[in-house]
Ligand binder design. Sequence first.
Ligand code: AMP
Ligand code: MG
Length: 405
Amino acid sequence: MLPLETVREFVLDRCPARPPVSVPVADALGLVTASEIISSEAIPQFANTAMDGFAVRSVDVVDAPCELRVVETIAAGHAPQVAVGPGEASRIMTGAIIPPGADAVVMVERTSIVPDGSGDSAAETVRVEASVPPGNHVRPVGDDLHAGAHVFGSGTELTAGHLGVLCSLGMTEVKVFPRLRVGVLSTGDELVDDGSPLRPGQIRDSNRRTLLALAHRADVVPVDLGLAPDDPDRIEAAIATGIDTCDAMVTSGGVSMGDFDYVKAVLDRVGDMRWMQVAIKPAKPLAFGTVGDVPVFGLPGNPVSSMVSFELFARPGLRSMMGHADPVRPTVTATAAEDLPRRADGKTHFMRVLATPTDGGVEVRSAGGQGSHMLWAMAKANALAVVPDGDGVRAGGPVDVLLLD
Ligand code: AMP
Ligand code: MG
């Protein structure tokens, strides 16, 4: 058996980042920048008000309460037409340009309109209740970003906020490592996926939906390659389709020591594969290699094993190909809220657990059955507890956990 870290390094070495491309900002969520982004303009580009209220000359209101003549109403998106002179104010809405002459804004809540009985709103007088310092509620030019600023470095994973900044800067395209297309293939004579009643020995294909979903969450484009029975020709045809249409492939089933585990035989014939026994439980068997230049992850068939194997090997490999410098999920140290028992077997166990935040930390308890076929407990788990070889972790003891999505 090989240590997890050795196998993961082997995988990551063979999953280098793909050449960068330009993509529309609209398609860039979750992708990694391939060059530094410099701001071409200041944000905001003009001094504007942070509040609805009145733009004033701060010197005019030092002795507030006082009254000012309202000379204009300035809405967001519209340029002021007149300057604010001594004894004057302009009614102004959040985000609108500060008019010439004014240097501060009094929020509307600190003002009242003085009735003059004329009903002419163009001739209003406003009463200002409190004095304000210069710059009050004014957002100056470049307050968020100045022109020429280093906005985001190369290697930044683009989140919702990053995309907003790119849009603020007027960018429509961004240079990134491309999103991978990742094919997902299920294999096994026992599998059914059309909703038909099960015949003896048949089960429904759950892995493909799960792995496609994990792929989606890893920010790749999942490609459904369907279901292949335990038939070398059908498996080879499905793999050929995957290699032609995808940047990477994930298969489940057929990589163990069974008589009909043909995925192994086929991949050995068409690709350069490594068959590994990893010192972990679940997910001990792993096939990894390349067909042409397409990395292929041959994951075990048991539903929990395939998910854990995806998390530990495929997800980091795929994210490395998409330019993530740190593709492996970080672990945090939690406290076991109950005993997490196991037997010594030379393997690291990844136990399905529920992690909950506590004052100053995280505590975990078992999510249920720990068999590699027990998908229900895996579905309820939000973390994997990394339980080293030995007899487990006692309640109250520390345990590393890998937080899942
Ligand atoms: P294998 O790795 O092909 O020996 O399969 C190991 C176990 O996982 C067997 O019990 C299979 O029936 C089960 N299995 C394989 N593929 C799937 C799948 N796509 N969905 C659900 N269970 C599966
Ligand atoms: Mg099988």
